[in-house]
Design a protein around this ligand. Structure first.
Ligand code: J2J
Length: 547
C-alpha cells in the first residue's frame, strides 16, 4: 500500500521543484546507489566487521546479499510501505538488512540497541510494524525474550528475525533466497526511505520520515564538506542506527562515496584503538564525552593512530577547552557538527580558522538551508544575538510521521522546523549553540524526554508528582534528576527503589534518572505553576532556557 508514504507531510511542490532544479535532489535511491557502486567497483571493500571474526564484504557482496535478503523478505510477505523495526548493534548485517528493505521499499524504523520493551513495544504498535530484526544477545541482554514480550502487545508483528541463534523466532540467515526474477518495483526517489527516531520532547518519541532524495542530498553535501571519498575508511563508533554516525557523513555517506565502513563493536579506546590501527581508519565521529575519553586515552595509547585524519564531534555541546585538546592529543583534525535527525546539519569547515573550529558548531550544509533566529514572539533577533533556531530546507522534514497534532506546534505555518535550540550566528555565518528551550535533556548526546520518564515515575504508588530535569555534569554535560513529591502519608521508597521502578518498566538504561530527590514542593517560578524551565536554568548554567 502507498498509505504509509502518505502519512508524512512533504515539501510543497514549488520547493520540491526548486530543490530539483538546484541539483540537490537528483532522483537517486539507496538501491540504485548500491547497485551503481557494485557495478563500478564491485571488488572494493564496502564493509568491515572486525569482531568476533573479521568479515570484509565487497560492494558486490553487499549488493548481492541485500538482493537475496530482499527476495527472502518478499517471499515472507514483506511489501513496499511495510514498517520493520531494526534493532541491531554495529554488525555487518545492519547494512544488509536495511539495503534489503530499501530494495523492497519497506521502511526500516531505527531502534537503538539500548531500547527495551517500552520503546520497542511502542515503535512496533505505533508504526504497525510487520517485522522486528534483532541480535540474539547483545551487551549481556537477550533480545529474543524482549521480542517474545513485544509480540504479545503488537498484533501486526508477524516476524521476528534474529542474527545468530533464533530461539523460538526465525534465523535471519534462513531468509535469503534466489533473487533472480525479482520485480523491479522498488521505491521512487521521492518516496520515504526509513523512519528515524527523534530525540523526543514528549511522552513518546516521534518518527521522522526521510526520503531517498533528501537524505542522499545530505550525504552528498556532508561528503563534500568532510572530504569523504573512495579512500575514506570510516569507523562507526556510535550506534549505527543513530542519525549522526549514519549520515554525518557516517556509514551511508561513506558507502555513497565508495569508501570503506569499519564497524566498531564498542566505543571505548581499548576496543576502538586496535581497530583503528589494524584497519587504517581515517575518519570517525563521536559525542563530546567520548571525545574526552579518547583524548585522555591517546596520551598513553600504544596503538598507532596515525591513519586518523579527521574526527567529528557533535550531538551535544563540546566545550571549547575540550575541543582545544583533541587535535594535539589524537594527531588529526577536528570538525564540530551540530545536527538533528529531523534534518539540518551544520559543520565547521576544513578551511575554517582554528578559533572557529573550536568555538562554533559550524554552518549549514546547504545554501538552501534557511535559518531564522527568533525571539519568544517569533520576531527575528538582531544579527549576533541569540534566539530560537528555526529552519527549513532541502533535507529538513516538514512534519513527523502520523503526528498532525504535534506538527502544528513543532513547525511554523510556513514550514520551518522549530529545533528547540537556542543559538546565535557569528559574522561568518557559523552557529554557536547557547542552550535549549525544548523540554529535553541532552545526556552526553543521548536525548531524554523528561515527560516519558515522568509518566513512568508517576505510576509508582507512593508518588504524587514528579519533575525530571537536567543538572550540570562535568563529564556528560548534563545528568538527569527526578524531583519526587510523595503522596500524603506514603513512606519514602528511597531513591534506589524509584530507579528500579523505572528500570523494571523496561526502558533504555540511559533514561533511568541518575539522581532522585524527594521534595515537598518543586522549585517554582510562578504562582502555583511548576516551571521545569526554571528548574533547568537554575541548575544548568550552560543551558539557557530563554534568550
Ligand atoms: C550542541 N547541541 C547539539 C552540538 C546536536 C549530526 C550530529 C548530531 C546529531 C544529533 C545528528 C549538537 N552542540 N554540536 O543527527 O546528523 C543537539 C541539539 C539538536 C539535537 C539533535 C547529526 N549537535 N545537538 O545529535 O536528533 O539540541 O541528532 O537539536 O539526536 O541534539 O539530536 P539528534
Amino acid at each position: 500500500t502507498a498509505a504509509p508514504y502518505e502519512d508524512a507531510p512533504t515539501w510543497p511542490a514549488e520547493f520540491a521543484a526548486r530543490y530539483r532544479a538546484a541539483g540537490h535532489w537528483r532522483g537517486e535511491t539507496f538501491t540504485g546507489m548500491l547497485r551503481e557502486r557494485a557495478e563500478a567497483h564491485g571488488d572494493r571493500v564496502a564493509l568491515i566487521d572486525p569482531a568476533p571474526e573479521r568479515r570484509a564484504w565487497t560492494y558486490r557482496e553487499l549488493d548481492e546479499r541485500a538482493a537475496r535478503l530482499a527476495a527472502g523478505f518478499r517471499a515472507r510477505g514483506i511489501a513496499k510501505g511495510d514498517r520493520v523495526v531494526v534493532q541491531l548493534p554495529n554488525i555487518a548485517e545492519f547494512a544488509e538488512v536495511v539495503f534489503a528493505l530499501f530494495r523492497i521499499g519497506a521502511l526500516p524504523v531505527y531502534a537503538l540497541p539500548a531500547h527495551r520493551e517500552t520503546e520497542i513495544g511502542y515503535f512496533c504498535s505505533f508504526a504497525e510494524a510487520v517485522a522486528y530484526v534483532i541480535p540474539d544477545r547483545h551487551a549481556g541482554f537477550d533480545h529474543r525474550a524482549l521480542a517474545t514480550a513485544v509480540r504479545k502487545q503488537a498484533p501486526t508483528l508477524k516476524h521476528v528475525f534474529v542474527v545468530g541463534d533464533p530461539g523460538e523466532h526465525t534465523a535471519l540467515s534462513d531468509v535469503p533466497c534466489d533473487a533472480a526474477g525479482e520485480p523491479e518495483d522498488g521505491p521512487e526517489p521521492h518516496d520515504l526511505a526509513f523512519l528515524q527516531l527523534s530525540g523526543g520532547t514528549t511522552g513518546v518519541p516521534k518518527l521522522i520520515p526521510r526520503t531517498h532524495d533528501d537524505y542522499i542530498y545530505s550525504l552528498r553535501g556532508s561528503n563534500e564538506i568532510c572530504g569523504v571519498d573512495a579512500d575514506t575508511r570510516f569507523l562507526v563508533v556510535l550506534p549505527a542506527a543513530h542519525n549522526f554516525p549514519m549520515s554525518s557523513p557516517g556509514w551511508l555517506g561513506t558507502l555513497y562515496a565508495g569508501g570503506t565502513v569499519v564497524l566498531c563493536p564498542r566505543p571505548d579506546p581499548a576496543t576502538a584503538f586496535p581497530v583503528i590501527e589494524q584497519e587504517r581508519v581515517t575518519m570517525t565521529g563521536m559525542v563530546p564525552p567520548l571525545a574526552l575519553v579518547w583524548t585522555d586515552a591517546a596520551a598513553s595509547a600504544e596503538r598507532d593512530l596515525s591513519s586518523l585524519e579527521l574526527i567529528l564531534v557533535g550531538g551535544a555541546k563540546y566545550s571549547e577547552t575540550a575541543a582545544r585538546r583533541l587535535e594535539p592529543a589524537l594527531g588529526c583534525r577536528l570538525m564540530q557538527v551540530f545536527g538533528m535527525a529531523e534534518g539540518l546539519v551544520n559543520y565547521t569547515r576544513l578551511d575554517d580558522d582554528y578559533e572557529t573550529v573550536v568555538s562554533t558548531q559550524g554552518r549549514p550544509i546547504s545554501e538552501d538551508d534557511e535559518i531564522r533566529i527568533v525571539d519568544d514572539a517569533g520576531q527575528e533577533v538582531p544579527e549576533g544575538q541569540f534566539g530560537h533556531l528555526l529552519t527549513r530546507g532541502p533535507y529538513t522534514i516538514r512534519g513527523y510521521w502520523r503526528a498532525p497534532e504535534h506538527n502544528r506546534t513543532a513547525f511554523t505555518e510556513d514550514g520551518f522546523y522549530r529545533t528547540g535550540d537556542i543559538v546565535r550566528r557569528t559574522p561568518s555565518g557559523h552557529l554557536v549553540v547557547e542552550g535549549r528551550a525544548k523540554d529535553q535533556i541532552n545526556r552526553g548526546g543521548e536525548k531524554v524526554a523528561p515527560e516519558e520518564i515522568e509518566n513512568i515515575i508517576l505510576a509508582h504508588p507512593a508518588v504524587h508528582d514528579v519533575s525530571v530535569v537536567g543538572v550540570a555534569d562535568p563529564y556528560l554535560g548534563e545528568r538527569t534528576l527526578a524531583y519526587v513529591i510523595l503522596r500524603e502519608g506514603a513512606e519514602s521508597p528511597g531513591a534506589l527503589a524509584v530507579k528500579r521502578h523505572v528500570r523494571e518498566r523496561g526502558i533504555a538504561a540511559y533514561k533511568v534518572p541518575d539522581l532522585v530527590e524527594f521534595v515537598d514542593v518543586f522549585p517554582q517560578t510562578g504562582i502555583g505553576k511548576v516551571s521545569k524551565k526554571g528548574l533547568r536554568t537554575d541548575s544548568v548554567p550552560t543551558s539557557a532556557s530563554t534568550p
